[in-house]
Structures are given as C-alpha cells and as structure tokens.
Design a protein around this ligand. Structure first.
Ligand code: URA
Length: 209
C-alpha cells in the first residue's frame, strides 16, 4: 500500500516557500499555516465516503451526498499539530478533535506519551492525524499506534514536510495509513531536523524561540 499523496498544487507550494523563509514573522507564518492547512484539508478529505440522503430544494425533492458516518476527527499531535487545526476546522467545522501529547527524548529522539484524549465512538469516525513535520517518524508512528487502539474507521496522516527517513519509518510501522504532504525534503540532520525544512515548526508558529 504505502500511499504518499504529494500535494503539488501551486498555491500550496507558493505558501510553503514563504513559510520556509527564515525571516518571516510569527504572525505571517501562522497565517500561511492556516491558509495552507485549509488547502490540504481539501486533498486529505477528497475520497471520503459519502451517502445519498433525501432532501427537498425549493423546486424539487432530490437525493444528494453527505459525508457518511459520524463526524471526522482531527487528531492533533501536540504541540505543532495544533497550528494545523484552525484551517482544517474552517473547512470541516463539525469535526471533533482529539489530542495526543508526545515529546521527543532529546538524546534518543524516541517519542514519549504524556497526554491522550479522543472523542467517543471512534469506530464510526475517520481520523486525520495532524503534525506539520514528519521528521524521524517516531512521534507519528507512536501517535498512530496509540490511535489504532481506539479503532477508528480509517486513518490518514497529514504533514507539511516529510523527510525520506520519516516516511520510511512511518510506512514500515503503518503501511495502511496514507500520508499527505506538501514536500519531501532532502534528509534529517544530526539533531533530527528536516533539511532544508523550515526550522522548528512549533517555535515558528508560537514565537517561542
Ligand atoms: N520538528 C520540527 O519542528 N522541525 C523539524 O525540522 C523536525 C522536527
């Protein structure tokens, strides 16, 4: 399986280029992230199952499609994933939101869980996991492993940037989970940062550096 959807739409690529620039302000970075996540939400939800329901327009009854099943759940990998959430919710306002708290052990780069909260009835929901950076793949793989315990109907993973190493690791752990990304960069450096990348996504969106 190992599906990777590389989102090459010019608007997405243009905004990503602006976000990569090191002198971009926090507010501009945040605004671009919100805009790009709206565009990526379209791609990540493109093939969601629909069902026909009976409605009446002012002129006539008809059968018309709505998204099938319970509401989608966006699963935010804290903290950088939360920057992705606002734009996604603008496109899918009724979605539920789950949170996974993981931190990277600075020496081993292994993901350690400190928070996990999902909505009820996960078996009837399609989960879209959000984390802007698929770097080592450790946190993404650990978050999805934990999420699978709740048995959602489907899982997709959306990131802004992926490193080849992270994609490989993630796919080895979860070959059944498609990845949506705006770019696949060159490599990881010794500190686990994506090169050329955009730096620390959390620091850039929250201005914490
Ligand atoms: N997390 C980030 O924020 N940036 C990277 O390059 C890698 C992980």
């Amino acid at each position: 399986m190992q599906e990777v959807h590389h989102i090459t739409h010019p608007l997405v690529q243009h905004k990503l280029t602006l976000m990569r620039q090191k002198d971009r302000s926090t507010s501009s970075f945040r605004r671009l992230l919100r805009e790009i996540s709206q565009l990526m939400a379209y791609e990540a939800t493109r093939d969601m199952p629909t069902q026909l329901i009976d409605i009446e327009t002012p002129l006539s009854p008809m059968k018309s499609p709505v998204i099938d099943g319970k509401k989608t759940v966006f699963v935010v990998i804290m903290r950088a994933g939360s920057g992705f959430l606002d734009g996604m919710l603008e496109v899918v306002p009724g979605a539920r939101v789950g949170h996974v708290g993981l931190y990277r052990d600075p020496k081993s780069l292994v993901a350690v869980e400190y928070y996990f909260k999902m909505p009820a009835d996960m078996h009837e929901r399609d989960a879209i996991v959000l984390d802007p950076m698929l770097a080592t793949g450790n946190s993404a793989a650990a978050a999805v492993e934990r999420l699978k315990e709740t048995n959602p109907r489907s899982i997709r993973f959306v990131c802004l940037l992926a490193a080849p190493e992270g994609l490989k690791k993630f796919h080895a752990a979860h070959p059944d989970v498609p990845v949506y990304t705006a770019a696949i960069d060159s490599h990881l450096n010794d500190h686990g940062y994506i090169v050329p990348g955009l730096g620390d996504a959390g620091d850039r969106m929250f201005g914490t550096k």
